[in-house]
Design a binder for this molecule. Sequence first.
Ligand code: ADP
Ligand code: MG
Length: 240
Amino acid sequence: MITVKNLHKKFGHLHILKGIDLEISQGEVVVVIGPSGSGKSTFLRCLNMLETPSEGEILFEGESITARGHNINLTRQKMGMVFQQFNLFPHKTVLDNITLAPIRVKKMEKNKAEAVGMDLLQTVGLQDKRDAYPSQLSGGQKQRIAIARALAMEPHVMLFDEPTSALDPEMVGEVLDVMKKLADKGMTMVIVTHEMGFAREVGDRIIFMDQGQVLEQGSPQQVFGSPKEPRTKEFLSKVL
Ligand code: ADP
Ligand code: MG
């Protein structure tokens, strides 16, 4: 579904991503781990061109999205993204947050969009919050709404950048549960997280990034159970 070839990203003279090669298959759950500053967010943002790669190519469903003239807006509709900060529209209700893009971008009829929205609220367990405003929700509820909002565009892949890092500990589980449910339904997902238990349980593949490179990757069993690289071992010894 996604092919990354020799991806480099520089910010001025800072060389942040140093040649990443990766293939992500349909239905795969790829979890990206690694130290702070290793380039995980930059990598994720390159996948949907929120950052423009300095070098290399990214193919999405067979199409080069880094090619000049490619319509990235169309591609972005197929790539849902969920950030650490929820970025909900504060003056819109929960249901309006979810239906906004389908109505405006996909030209979906309001009734249809609201029906889809209510289904998604059920998926994330928040039907009773349809008329609430974001300020009336807990962090965990906001993040579940942010996930529902991304799903409303019927993305082919979901990108998560530390979706639980801003949450109080007691709310982490409810968000991870929603993500696990998505994974079980076969959603293709790329997830940056420090939740190692979740990574181990839900990930099909673990990618360890360090200093702008993929240093090691493999099944959760391989990477957590018998890491090859000293830097992976060192990182895991600190977070496990
Ligand atoms: P991670 O998500 O693994 O913590 P990031 O991708 O956020 O890492 O950042 C990797 C490095 O790139 C950091 O040193 C960060 O300061 C730098 N960086 C990220 N975005 C920018 C930017 N827009 N301009 C300059 N440097 C940046
Ligand atoms: Mg980051």
